[in-house]
Write a protein that binds this ligand. Structure first.
Ligand code: UDP
Length: 239
């Protein structure tokens, strides 16, 4: 497999063409951004941990029947994935109160929900990725109601499966964000990344924050926390 032209460069990843129309080459960068790009830094080896952790999650989910874009790791910071057209929605699942929800609804941080909360955000930098509902999604023609339901059910399944896996490693899955794409045949595939950049992970015993909040809130030791997630998931055993 050869790396071709750069197709797209985002905040955290570069996507390249390959010899095959239906596959793309993804490179994870060390660049970190938060608050809609207002806060920026380079975190040494972040790209490597996110690439490896995301690969473990996608592989685990595929084995359990969740269709997704992941094919294989190419190197410590690169992976091969199926070429999809990304639906411009972020699907967020929450098990506990954290982040923007605490402010929006006046909740107590860390409060455990009786059942998971699912939200949709419209991926649009100029609008600041607003929270939207299913009627807005239909209005903007972003996805059919059936597709929205499929994404919601898949997100809840992912929540169950990842919660189970992470609990085994004393990690609490507080919340996370998913993105979906559609392949050339019209199949819905879970895509993008699942990593400490896109999830909130708390140490189940101590409550220690082990995700991007360490960067957002200037808690320090960001790289160490990401590496610790990788180590707990089995680290080198996956390579
Ligand atoms: N999230 C993300 N990308 C975004 C917004 C949120 O990956 O553009 C993730 C975030 O890391 C967290 C979850 O989605 O795990 C819920 O985030 P929230 O809405 O609380 O926003 P935040 O406070 O993270 O900006």
């Amino acid at each position: 497999m050869n790396r071709g032209n750069l197709l797209y460069e985002g905040k955290a990843k570069r996507v390249y063409q390959t010899d095959r129309e239906d596959q793309v080459w993804v490179e994870y960068k060390d660049d970190a951004t938060a608050f809609n790009g207002e806060k920026k830094a380079v975190i040494d080896r972040k790209g490597e941990w996110n690439n490896r952790i995301s690969a473990v999650f996608f592989h685990y989910l595929k084995e359990r029947g969740v269709a997704n874009h992941f094919i294989r790791l190419l190197s410590s910071r690169e992976q091969l994935v199926k070429h999809v057209s990304i639906i411009p929605l972020e699907v967020v699942v929450r098990n506990r109160a954290a982040g923007t929800l605490v402010k929006r609804l006046g909740l107590e941080a860390g409060q455990v929900f009786p059942q998971p909360v699912v939200e949709f955000y419209y991926k649009d930098d100029a609008l600041g990725d607003p929270l939207i509902n299913e009627d807005h999604i239909r209005l903007l023609n972003l996805a059919t109601p059936e597709r929205v339901e499929e994404m919601k059910q898949t997100a809840l399944t992912v929540n169950q499966l990842l919660t189970e896996l992470l609990e085994q490693h004393q990690i609490t899955l507080v919340d996370f964000k998913l993105e979906f794409g559609v392949d050339a045949s019209g199949q819905l595939l879970l895509a993008d990344e699942i990593s400490p950049d896109t999830c909130r992970f708390w140490d189940s015993r101590t409550g220690k924050v082990m995700d991007k909040d360490r960067f957002r809130r200037d808690l320090g030791d960001v790289e160490e926390a990401y590496q610790e997630i990788w180590n707990r998931l089995g680290g080198e055993a996956h390579v």
